[in-house]
Ligand binder design. Sequence first.
Ligand SMILES: CC(C)(COP(=O)(O)OP(=O)(O)OC[C@H]1O[C@@H](n2cnc3c(N)ncnc32)[C@H](O)[C@@H]1OP(=O)(O)O)[C@@H](O)C(=O)NCCC(=O)NCCS
Length: 293
Amino acid sequence: MTEFNIYKDYKHNDELRRSFNELATTVFGINFEKWYQKGYWNDRYIPYSYVDQGKVIANVSVNLLDFIVDGERKRAIQIGTVMTHPDYRNRGLSAKLMNHVLAEYENQYDIMYLFANQTVLDFYPKFGFQRASEAQFSIEYTPSNPNVTGLNKLDGSNKNDLDFIYKMASERKPVSNKFGTINTEGISMFYSIYVFPDDTYYVEDEDAIVIFTSEDEQVDIFDIISRKEINLGNILSKITNTNTKKIIFHYTPDYPGIQTQSENFNGDDVLFVKTNGNNTFPNQVKHPITSKA
Ligand SMILES: CC(C)(COP(=O)(O)OP(=O)(O)OC[C@H]1O[C@@H](n2cnc3c(N)ncnc32)[C@H](O)[C@@H]1OP(=O)(O)O)[C@@H](O)C(=O)NCCC(=O)NCCS
């Protein structure tokens, strides 16, 4: 087999980045260019790719972040954007890239993890990853006193608004001390641009950014970005209405005095984990959706 070279962290190389985006568009229908051009692709998202005659043909990306687990910091590495061009599959390229990344980061993480789609559930165990479960947290809630004052919509296509979100995300507290992430402002901007451009609000009283949707009786909270502890009751009174009956949290809520219900989370993707030393992935938590690569 022809030997291809591995290229790493080439985001500022326009030609390779364009080719990486072409492959990501072909395989997943996603394109990172806007994220790069707006300046949010930082040094924590690192592609490792095989290149054939200037074209990216296979990739494994590393995303460096930290977990907060019961108040304690853990070094985490999230693997993502694992893809091989259809013409180059079953030639061992993904396996070589995975093994390269595993060797390069050996002993440099407490927890390595990824989210696998249904077509690759038997792929990651080959590299020592084990399936883990997540929980979904919710509360029953109807506001006694809805009050939408001081709720300002942010525009995910406006550079000033995006820069404001990026600054807040860079200085944020983890969304939860039970299980939260930090150093994730880059990845979270991916969600601000592509996933939640119309669902992001600034709550003046709390100096917090809240990403949420409201439909019928349900409000889904995807993130609350704040530099200090927030008062959830105050935020809920602004983002709910008299029809609201249920709040779903897309992270692990940890609010004093608020008792949540939890059930098994059955998403499209499955969490796979590999740990170092005596670290374990915590039970009964939900990985914050806005940090998912
Ligand atoms: C999954 C994918 C990255 C594999 O790439 P690849 O370069 O063809 O994989 P490799 O040739 O390195 O395969 C390595 C090993 O995994 C096996 N394998 C490959 N694809 C697999 C799959 N989908 N499920 C289970 N095993 C798989 C191979 O048979 C090989 O096994 P072996 O070592 O026992 O011979 C590629 O099929 C792809 O791009 N799929 C679409 C994108 C995708 O779903 N990515 C995962 C995102 S979570």
